[in-house]
Design a protein around this ligand. Structure first.
Ligand code: THU
Length: 134
């Protein structure tokens, strides 16, 4: 599974976004070390605070099925009626990544045409992680 293939899956996942309040649709495709891919989209709520980001949906689907080792995530977002474009993960989602992933976990951002690759360490330096509690 290369970066482009993972981004194409994130674009597909974005089609299921439930975001009638922000009209901002996000898709994520999370590649586990076992080769499986977990898709997520943002899911909003009329009460607002129960809203969850696409990235966390993908992570929680995987973890709820016993999968906790990950290689990479592709993320794409943008106004619902527009094409998906570069969308950086929010701070809460970066913290969830830091719970389960190593510093070299790949974060793949971009759109249908251009893709950039980052590491979790570059996007969340000096992260507080489970090892800090040991
Ligand atoms: N959102 C995500 O799903 N992921 C991000 O990384 C940024 C924000 C969602 C949350 C909300 O439904 C909408 O985008 C606008 O903030």
């Amino acid at each position: 599974m290369n970066n482009k293939e993972l981004m194409d899956l994130a674009l597909k996942a974005r089609e299921n976004s439930y975001s009638p309040y922000s009209n901002f649709a996000v898709g994520a495709a999370l590649l586990a070390k076992n080769g499986k891919v977990y898709l997520g989209c943002n899911i909003e709520n009329s009460s607002y605070t129960p809203t969850i980001c696409a990235e966390r949906v993908a992570f929680f689907k995987a973890v709820s099925e016993g999968v906790k080792e990950f290689e990479a995530i592709a993320i794409v977002g943008g106004k619902t009626k527009e094409e998906g474009r570069f969308c950086a993960p929010c701070g809460v989602c970066r913290q969830v990544m830091a719970e389960f992933c190593n510093k070299d976990f790949k974060i793949i951002l971009g759109d249908r045409h251009h893709i950039e690759e980052f590491t979790l360490e570059s996007m969340l330096p000096l992260a507080f992680t489970p090892t800090d509690l040991k």
